[in-house]
Design a protein around this ligand. Structure first.
Ligand SMILES: C[S@@+](CC[C@H](N)C(=O)[O-])C[C@H]1O[C@@H](n2cnc3c(N)ncnc32)[C@H](O)[C@@H]1O
Length: 194
């Protein structure tokens, strides 16, 4: 069962194969074009949150991190002592009660939740974004293998569109052109606007 204990155990046992060790190129290149350093940014299921390390160093100050495993948040705080503690939120994303984000960053969180929660994920992201706010990042672009125990759980562009298109005003999902080497050809870049 993919509960909080499952993930805490994965961190304790250092079975964190999803961790890219750095901000990934697609997210870096996207935010390198964003001039508004006051933008409110949420990274749900942030893990070690390498994106936040990079973005904070670039001057983005309103970054909020959410994960229900405490240890990656503690690691992040140790490495980034100037990052505001109150912006590190150890909670179930689906129970988050902070809103008005300009950006929500997706990086291997959607593929880590039970696929039965995907519709709820789309609704929750919609709820917490500002009007005109954007969900940006990457989805695993390979078909969902029903025999695989997962995570990660894959999916198709058409399936993903079915969650986002009905509620968001703009949904762009395309093959990612600047993935990091191990993820080339297997991820989709998304830019989904409320
Ligand atoms: C595959 S890891 C990805 C971590 C990070 N985004 C990265 O790319 O390294 C998935 C993360 O989502 C967290 N997570 C899973 N379900 C969650 C939930 N319902 N609420 C908050 N965090 C959750 C896990 O604890 C884990 O840190």
């Amino acid at each position: 069962m993919l509960n909080k204990n499952y993930w805490q155990t994965r961190y304790a046992e250092k079975r964190t194969g999803w961790d890219a060790g750095n901000i990934t190129t697609p997210i870096k290149e996207y935010f390198d074009t964003i001039l508004n350093k006051n933008a409110r940014i949420l990274i749900p299921g942030c893990g070690n949150a390498h994106e936040a390390t990079y973005l904070f160093a670039q001057g983005f100050k309103n970054i909020f991190l959410c994960d229900w495993a405490q240890s990656p948040l503690d690691n992040f705080a140790l490495k980034n002592p100037e990052f505001p503690q109150q912006q590190l939120i150890c909670r179930n994303f689906f129970e988050l009660n902070i809103v008005d984000f300009d950006y929500v960053i997706e990086q291997t969180f959607f593929c880590a939740i039970n696929p039965s929660l995907r519709k709820s994920y789309a609704k929750k992201v919609f709820e917490i974004l500002k009007h005109g706010g954007t969900l940006v990042g990457l989805l695993f672009g390979q078909a969902l293998d029903l025999n695989q125990e997962g995570p990660p759980y894959g999916g198709s562009k058409d399936e993903y569109l079915s969650y986002f298109e009905p509620i968001f005003s703009k949904t762009v999902i395309e093959e990612c052109q600047n993935s990091i080497a191990p993820r080339q050809g297997v991820e989709l870049f998304i830019e989904i606007v409320k």
